[in-house]
Design a protein around this ligand. Sequence first.
Ligand code: PLP
Length: 448
Amino acid sequence: MEQFRYESGQLHCEGMAVDALAAEYGIPLYIYSKAALLGRFEAIRKAFAEAAPIIAFSVKSCSNIGILKVLQEAGSGFDIVSGGELARVLKAGGDPRKVVFAGVAKADDEIRDALDNDILMLNVESEAELDNIQNIAAEMGTVAPVALRLNPDVDARTPNAKTTTGKKENKFGIDLMTASRIIKNIALSPNIRLLGVDIHLGSPVNSTGPYKEALNKLADFIRDHRSPRSQLEYLDIGGGFGLLYRDETVPTFQEYAEAVLPFVKKTGCKLILEPGRSIAGNSSILVSQVRYLKDNGTKHFTIVDAGMNDLIRPAMYDSYHFIWPTKSTRTPPSHLFGAADAPEYIAREAADAAGGGGREMQPDGLIVTDVVGPICESSDVFAKGRRLPVVNRGQNLAIFSAGAYGFSMSSQYNSHPRPAEVLVDGETARIIRHRETYDCLMRGEELL
Ligand SMILES: *Cc1c(COP(=O)(O)O)cnc(C)c1O
């Protein structure tokens, strides 16, 4: 987060003043820091260096080709979940030999496309999918490299149940019994080359325990199922590394590595990682302007121009994003800034939520307000009962930790053109996605 900091009361991304960027590129605006992206990528590489893993950035977390190119140049591979994501990776110059393809419902065309482009492996999520890949590969006269995505039935204990993926009630992966049978029968699929096994437990997994629990099962599984027909040379542990949004205790990459590497050693496998959130999340902010303030006698509302169509995480996952004005002489009371008063601020938020605080100005000079967007949905709320400095109409707010599952989940709902995305590198800023126009909204539609 050190790439986002206040200097003389103005939020900067690296060497650029955020308000100057907002003035130049318009609002709402996604601003990414190249140094932050690369710093996080390198930190993962360093922590896992002993295993020299393929780091396959999760494209769905942040899919702009400008971002993918930055990571590709740093040596990243890519974890994709669709043919569209493969197209993005190829456009960004990504190396198909470092691409892994997950997803429970791969289409025939997507499978053909992946095989045509010679990706490293398809992470297969069901027996029916494997049969289909066998048939397609046979038709194409090729051999399909696959890993079995195992469902280890481990609770990743993610903050929101919607983002847990490795339990048996989830649609993802293959249970171990079925996987065992598949491997024993693998000779019946001559156009399949079984390269390894893969898991993805959920996101964020803010502790190392679930990885250990799953890898313990996997290490035994790999030991019991190796044969000349199934060498199981790759162990892909998926993504899910945690991120600091508020006051989470997130293991360091070092700690994740210490939990994971002994199992990798034990299996002798080559390691693949699929981090998304942990690289992109705190590498970007969403800048939004205050349109109106409203006090209805019960509550105070700060109405901003960005909405759930631009950043859906609070509406979809009840997730927390720290918000602060882009102009402020006060160090933001957040753990993101290592602020000493962050615990007190969070405790006050909890008290406000429990009904202790009102819409009035608080003794700490902050006002308790709901930060809401323009979309016609009551769930279009970025923050409820949040303490903010008093802001005026026209002032900008920064919504932090917006880089992962931010723009990539955006939509045009309510016919709002999507915002621009800008990548900052030191003292320069480059547009990596232009703001949409009304024409973009209607592209492909027909008047009958
Ligand atoms: C979403 C996803 C990831 C990335 O998860 P993060 O929490 O963003 O690191 C990795 N692998 C698979 C298969 C995924 O679906």
